[in-house]
Design a protein around this ligand. Structure first.
Ligand SMILES: [Zn+2]
Length: 402
């Protein structure tokens, strides 16, 4: 069906393919197509991507617990009952090991994927949600000795917490975001799923993030055995707010605003909560030795703010309220504070780190005996440029002009 779609470009075939794909729960799986529109400010033109992967059975038990309780999470979500799904449809969630990345997922990758994107397919046929654990593991390992936490955390206690609970907190956030967040809620009858136009991506990511943030500190998480204590949630709150208010600015060039959907969403959430929490000093900016830090004084209160913003963004989506969505994104998600931006870039520069991490694909060679595939040999090249040139030489099927 996918090949059919590539041959014809027929979007109905693409839909039919996605319905089949959503129902396929094979051990080895893939993503392949023109899928995400994050890079297009109009949210229309998709980039091509592919991820070949297999299931991590051990870690998948965690996401199974979450998806088995999907209805409970939906019922207890802090949104207007009119916007809740009466019956949450088959969210199949798994943790995967990525074996090969392609297109827009290479060399910098997502850490979780929930597809198909079409709301009506998700509602009628369900969706597949994955957490890419060998990728997050590699990111975590790479960040441990980088000095990044020591530079941007206010206290050594915060650094310790991040080192102890960071990986679990990150993975759970991704699980909840992908496996429940995107699949939660519903549109009111008659509302066009594209009503939010160019703000759709950022608002949708904010909705899924808020769903995850809100539930990370819910007693249900302990009851289900997903976290040992709320320090896991606090670790994620620290990291999320620190990133949204400050550290993600390392990825923006001086003088530029935020364009990328995920980055808009993260700043939107962080600044909105910072401002709404000001009367109660929920989040505080502190300056020590000329360096700015963000600390959270009241985690419970912050959780309430996450819930309030989730309710509002769900309302915007369910009602297709373009104007309110636009105001949220433009007022909180786009503009950066130039002096803080400058400070963050300078501090980051001293650490000598790249703002994005990327991956070199393993090289897989099939081994045949008497025409039968018997094994696959794996090599680990470590030169990105060489790999790109190799791909260009061996897989460049299209002429430069066509
Ligand atoms: Zn997402």
């Amino acid at each position: 069906m996918l090949i059919d779609y590539y041959r014809t470009g027929d979007l109905n075939t693409w839909d039919q393919y996605n319905i089949l794909w959503a129902q396929d729960t094979s051990f080895v799986d893939y993503v392949n197509g023109f899928i995400e529109v994050y890079g297009d400010p109009l949210g229309r033109k998709a980039t091509w991507e592919s991820v070949v992967n297999f299931r991590n059975e051990e870690a998948t038990r965690r996401t199974k617990i979450i998806s088995q309780n999907a209805q409970w999470f939906e019922d207890h979500s802090p949104i207007d009952p009119r916007f809740k799904k009466q019956k949450v449809k088959g969210v199949s969630a798994k943790v995967i090991t990525v074996a090969q990345l392609g297109g827009d997922c290479y060399p910098a990758t997502p850490i979780g994927i929930n597809l198909p994107n079409a709301d009506w397919i998700r509602k009628e046929h369900g969706s597949k949600s994955v957490t890419m654990e060998n990728i997050t593991y590699a990111y975590d390992q790479a960040s441990l000795g980088s000095g990044f936490l020591e530079e941007f955390c206010y206290s050594s206690a915060e650094v310790e917490m991040a080192k102890k609970y960071g990986p679990l907190a990150d993975n759970l956030h991704t699980d909840l975001h992908e496996c429940l967040g995107h699949g939660s809620g519903q549109l009111l009858p008659g509302v066009n799923s594209e009503a939010l136009k160019n703000y759709q991506s950022a608002l949708e990511e904010a909705r899924a993030d808020l769903f995850a943030l809100y539930y990370l500190m819910d007693p249900k998480m302990i009851e289900l055995g997903l976290i040992p204590n709320f320090d896991v949630a606090k670790t994620e709150y620290n990291a999320y707010i620190r990133n949204g208010l400050m550290t993600q600015l390392t990825r923006i060039e001086p003088g530029k605003n935020i364009e990328q959907a995920h980055m808009r969403n993260r700043q939107l959430i962080a600044i909105w909560c910072y401002q709404k929490g000001l009367p109660n000093n929920v989040i505080e900016k502190k300056v020590k030795d000329g360096k700015t830090y963000v600390i959270i004084n009241d985690y419970e209160h912050l959780r309430t703010l996450f819930g309030e913003l989730l309710a509002e963004i769900q309302r915007i989506k369910s009602e297709g309220d373009y104007t309110a969505g636009k105001e949220l994104v433009e007022n909180y998600g786009v503009k950066v504070d130039p002096s803080l931006h400058k400070e963050v870039i300078e501090r980051y520069k001293k650490l000598n780190l790249a703002p994005y991490g990327g991956f070199v694909n393993p090289l897989m060679k099939p081994l045949y005996e008497n025409g039968q595939l018997v094994d696959v040999e794996i090599f680990y090249p470590d030169d990105y440029v060489e790999q790109m040139l190799y791909y260009s030489k061996n897989y460049s099927f299209l002429p430069p002009y066509n």
